[in-house]
Design a protein around this ligand. Structure first.
Ligand code: HPA
Length: 267
């Protein structure tokens, strides 16, 4: 089983001379950020042994690897039918590659009524409502312990840096708790009311599995949600994936300034 991760990592290492220690996972509609790295090596997921490939619009499906940053343009989701092991495969490959810090981004629905579409939310914590956990099964001790601590799943120092970078660039950010649902159906208004009562500020269909596995293998995690729409019932409007992609596009310059500024502070 470990061989798969090693084979995938070896393939990537053979495709690039760069050995960054910081990674960014770009969520739905946010993939354009990776285009700024001019001399980067592009490695398509489909060419990497054992690597799962995404079927969703807005997810390009490749690594963009530059001297100091490894970007993932697109990810795979649980709702696509992948096993949790596949959803989090990339995290373990990046760990073996040498990634120590990771910025995990996503598109999310706003549960907190004070949010607006286009807001960026720094994730302070999460609630796993996917009904499963990517670490279920035999523990792979080389990655981490059987019962990993999750009391600081989102690294406090990275949160402070993100807030400082936002302030320096006059970007207003929110902070809050991300709740993960499996999807692919958007939530019902009753489910969003529940999410709100449970303490969630934003809702989405990704991130939590990756954050659990990243913590398991000792990576420092920063999470950023782009609030692409207000969640069901918070807004009376029907939800659609096009709105998610459109808002992603509308905020991409603000998003890029923030992520670049954070990268400049942590690499
Ligand atoms: N719900 C779940 N996932 C999402 C949403 C939402 O409203 N918006 C973007 N991803």
């Amino acid at each position: 089983m470990e061989e798969k991760y090693l084979a995938a990592c070896e393939y990537i290492k053979n495709r690039t001379k760069f050995r960054p220690e910081v990674a960014v996972i770009l969520g739905s509609g946010l993939g354009d950020f990776a285009e700024r790295f001019n001399n980067a090596e592009h490695v398509s997921y489909k060419d990497i042994p054992y690597f799962p490939t995404s079927t969703v619009e807005g997810h390009a499906g490749k690594f963009v690897i530059s001297e100091n940053v490894m970007c993932m343009q697109g990810r795979v989701h649980y709702y696509e039918g992948y096993k949790m092991e596949d959803v989090t495969f990339a995290i373990r490959v990046m760990h073996i590659f040498g990634i120590k810090k990771i910025i995990i981004t996503n598109a999310a629905g706003g549960v907190n009524k004070s949010f607006n579409p286009g807001d960026l939310m720094i994730i302070t914590d999460h609630i796993n409502m996917m009904g499963t956990n990517p670490l279920i099964g035999k523990n792979i001790d080389i990655f981490g312990p059987r019962f990993p601590d999750m009391s600081e799943a989102y690294n406090k120092d990275l949160i402070k840096i993100a807030e400082k970078c936002a302030a320096e660039n006059n970007i207003e950010t929110k902070k809050g708790v991300y709740i993960s649902m499996t999807g692919p159906s958007f939530e019902t208004p009753a489910e969003i009311k529940m999410a709100s009562i449970l303490g969630a500020d934003a809702v989405g269909m990704s991130t939590v599995p990756e954050v659990i596995v990243a913590n398991h293998c000792g990576m420092k995690v920063l999470g950023i949600s782009c609030i692409t729409n207000m969640a069901a019932g918070v807004s009376q409007k029907p939800l659609c994936h096009e709105e998610v992609i459109e808002t992603g596009n509308a905020v991409k310059s603000k998003f890029a300034v923030l992520i670049q500024s954070i990268l400049d502070n942590i690499i």
